[in-house]
Design a protein around this ligand. Structure first.
Ligand code: 0WD
Length: 256
């Protein structure tokens, strides 16, 4: 039985209906999960609540959580613990870099720009995993969102590629630490999808077109397809899988 009925998952990073986090939320909802949403600041509260109100029968909870602030992260998960007790997993769908660092040459990246993207896009996984761990008393599954630009050079991805490399390595070290608690940690490497964050990447349309022309499946992927892989990673179907990166990218990563 691979239903998520009776399980609770935290989804971090819904900004709007195009967000990958929203695709994940819908897949987990359809599998019967109870959902908890966190957003970076109060600006996102109403839009996120409005979106979630479209999920029939979902008794969701909402919390503000700026992942750059350790106290905020700890306080959020403490509050979640008080409100629901045990959680069974967490979807980390958060990244940020200055737009000016997502074009031109990587060599021009400033120290501040580099550290900012590492802070929000990579260290945040460590901080939220540490805070969520005490709530995963029955074991659990943590899923983070990564991209091919962390494995090899992708034009314009620059500072975010380096942040994803750091995120990927952090995911593996966390998987090693938390395995003894029966908590699995994995990444989904999604192909390019048009979202708010993707707007910041220079020449994104060319990236999408390249997938349509060259990827084995000859099409881009959807938030729903990423969501269903997250569902697999949250469910017991994937119980032997940890420290892994699954590419949901129409096969683009196999090309030389
Ligand atoms: O092509 C794509 N869209 C891909 C995205 C391909 C492969 C991977 N990804 C990754 C992204 O790098 C990111 O890790 O998927 C994840 C989700 O990205 P998304 O769905 O493309 O982007 P979006 O809908 O913009 O959500 C990202 C959210 C932020 O939205 P805002 O509007 O605030 O930029 O990350 C969150 C925020 O909700 N976020 C934060 N959350 C908490 N604290 C923070 C913060 N400090 N900063 C950003």
């Amino acid at each position: 039985n691979f239903s998520l009925e009776g399980r609770t998952y935290v989804v971090m990073g819904v900004a709007n209906k195009r967000s990958i986090a929203w695709g994940i939320a819908r897949s987990l909802h359809e599998a019967g999960a109870r959902l908890i949403f966190t957003y970076a600041n109060e600006r996102f509260e109403k839009p996120v609540r409005d979106l979630v109100s479209t999920l029939e029968g979902q008794d969701a909870l909402f919390y503000e959580c700026d992942v750059t602030n350790d106290e905020a992260v700890d306080a959020t998960f403490q509050q979640i613990g008080n409100d629901v007790g045990t959680i069974h997993g967490l979807a980390h769908c958060i990244a940020f870099a200055d737009k000016e660092d997502l074009k031109g040459e990587f060599v021009d990246t400033s120290r501040d720009g580099y550290l900012l993207s590492q802070n929000i896009s990579a260290y945040s996984l460590v901080a939220v995993t540490r805070a969520a761990k005490p709530l995963m008393t029955e074991g659990g599954s943590i899923v983070t969102m990564t991209y091919l630009g962390g494995e090899r050079v992708v034009q314009n991805y620059n500072v975010m590629g380096v942040a994803k490399a750091s995120l990927d390595a952090s995911m593996k070290y966390l998987a090693n630490d938390l395995g003894k608690n029966n908590i699995r940690v994995n990444g989904i490497s999604a192909g390019p999808i048009r979202t708010l964050s993707a707007k910041g990447v220079g020449d994104f349309n060319t990236v999408l077109k390249q997938i349509e022309e060259k990827a084995p499946l000859r099409r881009t992927v959807t938030q729903e397809e990423v969501g269903d892989t997250a569902y697999y990673l949250m469910s017991d179907l994937s119980r032997g899988v940890t420290g892994e990166i699954i590419h949901v990218d129409s096969g683009f990563n196999i090309l030389g």
